[in-house]
Structures are given as structure tokens and as C-alpha cells.
Design a protein around this ligand. Structure first.
Ligand code: ZN
Ligand code: ZN
Length: 341
């Protein structure tokens, strides 16, 4: 019997609609998941407005999602009703990068929600290795955002090799960057400085334990950081703009690390003397590894980390085109909106 589900379908530049489409049928090795929640991320907007290209059109977007297993094979370790998180970085498990557990760099990587149908639908089929069990004490909403908004800064902070006692600046406190604050706190950062042009986001950063917050529309973050710390050990850039990348370089002290996370298509002329004479290191961070997501869910399960202020809105799937419209036009003032199915 053909079953019908609601899904958001992207049909080309800025064209999104809510449609009734057939529930996909799992092939051998695949699992059918009934989604309970899915996140709406800034990078979805980058693709919808054509800054980056989806691998296929039409496509169901969405790379953050959590739900329950509806159909799994008998040989599967998963059972009907199991709570799961979608790991959108679908890696091959066999290439040189997968073998050294850097599966975010997999030579054959496929990104769910960009290369194939994603989570903005009532159902999704994924291979079993793209699923991770969601502990019972984590909500589906937090489970959904764990797959990108939470694990992206987790990966970035891990590869920065942040040591306890080091000072940190986080530039860009949106849906992803904001979560770097509690993670850096947990990892023992001595001083955390948050930078964003939206005051409500600075307030959330304070709630999460930022020691100092700076609004560049009011104060020059470079001056404030120099005054307060003489330069931070590690800066994280979550915006993806040339201005803020240069800002990150300036507020980092001699011998410090600058971690670039925000996506951009722009090129940048590097201020090489500042790098060369001061041994500053630029690190880039993309996506996350399977191990990162597993570790993060473990920390959330043990309540070593909580992200209770990270979801600013819950909507029905029918409202997604409206939210995207707000995000594209810059009228969106939320932190992270999630769909509840
Ligand atoms: Zn994302
Ligand atoms: Zn691989």
C-alpha cells in the first residue's frame, strides 16, 4: 500500500513547497525512520539561496533530524521504536580518511540533506551506519540539533586542542556558534568572550557562561579583547565573512590558534606579517566525525553538557517556507528553529 507523507521540496533557487509525497521504501541495508524533529540550519539557507549547489533537484533538504525506527532488517542492531539521531555525514568506512577516523573528510562522503533527501519530511530512509541511538533522557529536539548545531562546534573545539586554562573568543553566536560557549566552558576555558551584533544572542551567551560579551555595533571587539586579555589563545569564527575572519586573526595572541568554521565562497588576502612573525596558526573545521557525535551524545546523556537555551522556536512543517523566507531576507531573529512532526 502506498503511503503518503508531508515533505518540504526544493525545486530550484528559493523555490520551496510543502508537498504530499510517497513514503520512501527501504532497500536492503537501509532503515526507515519516522522523524520526530528536524532543525533548520543556516547552511540549509546557503544552499536554498544558491550560494552552494545541491547534488540533485528536486531534493528534500534538512540535515538535522531525530526520530524513531519504523522498519529495520532482522539482521540490524536497531529495532522498531528505537530512538535515533541522523548523522548527515554519510561516509564509506573504507577510504584512507575513514580508516584514520577522519570520516568527515571521507573520499566518498555523501551529505544527507545536500546530496540526497534529508530530514524535512515525516519519513527518511538512511543506511544503518548513518544512525546513532538517542539516549532516552535527551529530547528529540535536542537530538535533532545534536547532529549539526551541537556537534559542529564540538568538533571545532576538539581539533583546536583547547587546553584547560586557555582563553577563547567566539565570533558569531548564531544557531551553531552559540553552542561553542557551553562546550568551551566544559572543556575548561579560562575566559570566554562572545562576539555578535545581535544583543539577544549575547544574552544567551551570558546564560551559557560567557565572561564577556561584545557587540561590534557598539564597541570594537579587537580593542576590548586586547584590553581584557592581551589577545586570546584560541579564536573561533562561525560567521564566514572576511571582516570577522580578519577580526579573529587580530584578537588572537602570539602563538595562538584561529579556527575557521563559518562557510564562505569568498577569497581573502592574508595579513601574512601578523601570522609569520607571531606564529599564529589557522585551523579549518568542517562537519564532524562519527566519533564526535557519539562522544557528544554521551556527554549530554550524563548531563555534563546541556543546551536548554539553544532552541528558540518549534514549528509545524507547513511553516518552514515562511521561516526560510525570514532567514533569506535577514528578518529572522531566532537562534535555532526546529520542526516538530
Ligand atoms: Zn547545519
Ligand atoms: Zn571514506
Amino acid at each position: 500500500m502506498l503511503r503518503i507523507m508531508k515533505a518540504i521540496v526544493y525545486a530550484g533557487l528559493l523555490r520551496l513547497s510543502v508537498e504530499d509525497t510517497p513514503v520512501p521504501e527501504p532497500k536492503p541495508g537501509q532503515v526507515l525512520v519516522r522523524l520526530k524533529s528536524a532543525g533548520i540550519c543556516g547552511s540549509d539557507v546557503n544552499y536554498i539561496k544558491g550560494e552552494f549547489q545541491y547534488s540533485k533537484i528536486p531534493i528534500i533538504p534538512g540535515h538535522e533530524g531525530a526520530g524513531v525506527v519504523e522498519i529495520a532488517e532482522d539482521s540490524s542492531e536497531l529495532r522498531e521504536g528505537d530512538r535515533v539521531v541522523i548523522n548527515y555525514v554519510s561516509s564509506c568506512g573504507e577510504c584512507e580518511y575513514c580508516k584514520i577516523r577522519r570520516d568527515n573528510l571521507c573520499n566518498n562522503v555523501e551529505l544527507i540533506g545536500f546530496d540526497r533527501d534529508g530530514t524535512w519530511a515525516e519519513y527518511i530512509i538512511v543506511s544503518e551506519k548513518s544512525l546513532m541511538k538517542l539516549p532516552d533522557n535527551i529530547s528529540f529536539e535536542e537530538g535533532a540539533i545534536s547532529g549539526c548545531a551541537l556537534v559542529t562546534p564540538f568538533h571545532a573545539i576538539k581539533i583546536s586542542r583547547l587546553s584547560p586554562g586557555e582563553s577563547v573568543a567566539i565570533i558569531g553566536l548564531g544557531g551553531v556558534g552559540i553552542n561553542a560557549v557551553p562546550i568551551a566552558r566544559m572543556m575548561g576555558a579560562s575566559k570566554i568572550i562572545g562576539v555578535d551584533i545581535h544583543s539577544p544572542k549575547l544574552e544567551v551567551a551570558r546564560k551559557y557562561g560567557a565572561d564577556l560579551v561584545v557587540n561590534p555595533l557598539e564597541t570594537d571587539p579587537v580593542e576590548v579583547v586586547k584590553e581584557e586579555t592581551g589577545g586570546v589563545d584560541v579564536s573561533f569564527e562561525f560567521v564566514g565573512s572576511i571582516n570577522t575572519i580578519l577580526q579573529a586573526l587580530k584578537i588572537t595572541k602570539k602563538g595562538g590558534r584561529v579556527v575557521l568554521v563559518g562557510l564562505t565562497r569568498s577569497s581573502l588576502t592574508l595579513p601574512l606579517p601578523d601570522l609569520l612573525f607571531n606564529e599564529k596558526t589557522i585551523i579549518t573545521s568542517i562537519d564532524h566525525t562519527r566519533e564526535d557525535l557519539k562522544e557528544l551524545l554521551g556527554l549530554m546523556e550524563r548531563r555534563a553538557l546541556n543546551f536548554q537555551n539553544s532552541i528558540s522556536g518549534v514549528v509545524d512543517i507547513a511553516q518552514v517556507p515562511k521561516i526560510i523566507d525570514e532567514m533569506v531576507s535577514g528578518r529572522y531573529s531566532g537562534l535555532r528553529t526546529v520542526i516538530r512532526f
